[in-house]
Design a protein around this ligand. Structure first.
Ligand SMILES: Nc1nc2c(ncn2[C@@H]2O[C@H](COP(=O)(O)OP(=O)(O)OP(=O)(O)O)[C@@H](O)[C@H]2O)c(=O)[nH]1
Ligand SMILES: [Mg+2]
Ligand SMILES: [Zn+2]
Length: 320
């Protein structure tokens, strides 16, 4: 049943008032131990059906249901919840989200700071595939950077550095790693502190290996979450947020690791090439597709080598 705008507005108002009240109460009781009945702030670790597993500020896990009308919270949500005995709880309000990650209109996770596209020497990275992922990220307004894994499999360092310098030039961070040999892993970890991350990329590039090296006791934690939520093995198919011991959070979402990379509209595609942006208004024709039109600012920039030919090739290939 869809809510009217007025109903939605009321619900949001009630929730923001609740949050304001609870924030006040939290500061008041800062130094006292919170009593079991008081509302607390928490982080949604995973959602399963109508329930969510909420982690309190002290790290306890509460199996929770949501109060009616507040909507379902997802991994990454900051919430208010009320302990209800044992390790049960009731979510009473969801804090406003910084952003939402959706797939086919289904909400997967919230409050993500950084996507990482993981590619590898083997299976060898392909520019068109990289560019498809970047288009998706640009259109969801989530920052994305690139990890090139398995670098120990190539003795041609110059080649892959050159291949990715183009991406660095247009503002994407690129990290060259070998998860196997732990090359550059510490520097990479330091980039993750204080932010919530998601790894994307095709099968076999080493996403799970990377996650396991960031969170060495991952299996233990998965087991704890499974038993607390009574979810059993299903946990590995649920979107779940984990704390990285060296700092930062990681959202592991099986469905999202490998996006479906089709069905991009022409507008999304043009939007997805960030180095085209400043040029698009400058083409002679307003409806320029940047293919063969005279006076095209994009083609002109390709000829001047301001746009990398491989990016322009991707653009032509990806266009429907
Ligand atoms: N040589 C080498 N192999 C690696 C490295 N990192 C991971 N691998 C191997 O690459 C293979 C695939 O790694 P996974 O971590 O399972 O890849 P994934 O991206 O999680 O793949 P999916 O789960 O299928 O999406 C495994 O055999 C890993 O051991 C690396 O740095 N060097
Ligand atoms: Mg995997
Ligand atoms: Zn044009």
């Amino acid at each position: 049943m869809a809510l009217t705008r007025r109903q939605k507005w009321r619900i949001e108002k009630v929730q923001s008032e609740k949050i304001a009240r609870a924030n006040k109460a939290l500061t008041k009781t800062e130094n006292n131990k919170l009593s079991d009945e008081k509302e607390q702030q928490g982080l949604v670790i995973t959602r399963y059906g109508q329930r969510q597993l909420v982690e309190s500020l002290t790290g306890e896990l509460f199996q929770s249901t949501g109060r009616k009308n507040i909507g379902l919270s997802v991994a990454g949500d900051q919430v208010l919840f009320q302990p209800a005995g044992g390790n049960e709880g009731i979510v009473t309000a969801i804090y406003p989200r910084r952003n939402e990650l959706k797939r086919q209109d289904r909400l997967i996770a919230a409050n993500i700071d950084q996507l990482w596209l993981v590619v590898a020497i083997e299976p060898h990275y392909q520019f068109e595939l990289i560019d498809r992922y970047l288009i998706l990220a640009e259109n969801s307004k989530l920052p994305i950077n690139i990890v090139v894994n398995k670098i120990e499999l190539s003795d041609n360092t110059e080649q892959f550095s050159l291949d990715f310098s183009n991406y660095e030039k247009i503002g994407y961070q690129v990290h060259f790693l070998s998860v196997k040999n732990k090359t550059n892993l510490e520097a990479f970890k330091s980039q993750l502190i204080n932010k919530t991350h998601i790894f994307l990329g095709q099968s076999g590039v080493g996403k799970s290996s990377l996650i396991n090296s960031l969170i060495p006791d991952l299996e233990l934690r998965v087991n704890e979450i499974s038993s607390k939520s009574k979810l059993g093995k299903h946990t590995t198919t649920n979107t779940t947020i984990y704390h990285i011991p060296s700092g930062g959070e990681l959202i592991d979402s099986p469905g999202i690791r490998e996006f479906q990379l089709d069905e991009l509209t022409e507008k999304q595609i043009v939007n997805g090439f960030r180095e085209f942006k400043s040029l698009i208004g400058q083409c002679r024709f307003r409806n320029c597709q940047h293919i063969n039109e005279p006076g095209c600012a994009v083609k002109n920039a390709v000829e001047l080598k301001e746009i990398h030919p491989s990016r322009y090739q991707s653009y032509l290939k990806i266009l429907p």
